[in-house]
Design a protein around this ligand. Sequence first.
Ligand code: G3H
Ligand code: 13P
Ligand code: ZN
Length: 316
Amino acid sequence: MIVTTKNLFKVAYGNYAIGAYNINNLEQAMGLFRGNVESKAPFIIQISKGARSYTHKKMLEGLILSANEVFPEAIFAVHLDHGDEETCYDCINSGFYSSVMIDASHEPFDKNIEITKRVVDAAHAKGIVVEAELGMLGGVEEHVSVDEANAKLTDPRQAREFVERSGCDSLAVAIGTSHGAFKFSGTQGLHFDVLAEIQKELPGFPLVMHGSSSVPQEEVARINAAGGNLAGAKGVDDNQFAKAATLGVTKINIDTDGRLVWTRVHREYFRDHPDQFDLRPVGKIFMGEYAKFIADKNIKLGSAGSLDEVRKIVSK
Ligand code: G3H
Ligand code: 13P
Ligand code: ZN
């Protein structure tokens, strides 16, 4: 069942965070649905602009609508990740997305508000919710690349004004995470002090943490042992998700970790089966491993086991 994030966030707020997972293809879709259904968790499917153009934007819609039939017990939102204004309107008008992110975080404060408000007005007119971003994460996003020195933590004092003036439904905050597999040069971690200040300014308002892959060291070691070169890759400690949830984080974005599972499975498989060229045996292994990864991650997020409670609320 496709729902908006609004109800999901209502149930989750203060207790746990919902996993927001990026997908690009069939195998990821299958693993994602299986992992969430098996762990009884609501979830958010994230589709980036790059994912929409990987084959054709309609392909992922078709995959997800089919998965919705194959897994009738699944409860999830379909969300545009890091949208620009034009892509937001395309998704809002598609009749498929239940949520969009307008990412104008690279613009000055007032301009960010102005763009976000335009998208909010268009989305709300169709019952679609909007995530916006204030502050700037390090790492590479589709249309912006930000080095760590230029990343900007969210200013808690600006956060309330931003939400009030833009009308957005949730806010992505920069509290020290970054996109990709190489986070935290040195020993930086999450700035819980900043998060706590933001929550104080915006009590009860859903916050979003991007760049939250944990880049498991075992995964990195296996990829490197199978011919990869990801020396120095590092992520967020997922034991910190629970604390983030108590401070108002209701959505946690994870993409890179899924790519690492894919890379490990495929590198090891073809290393160990040099005579193989059928894509299905390795695809099957990946789907199983990705499902396992999702189910484990949902335990860290605290969303595992909450599906029945969520079903009661969204079916009202
Ligand atoms: O934040 C970016 C997401 O990980 C999506 O990545 O733009 O390469 O699809 P992508
Ligand atoms: P990671 O690169 O840490 O997986 O972050 C993904 C993300 O924030 C998608 O919006
Ligand atoms: Zn992101």
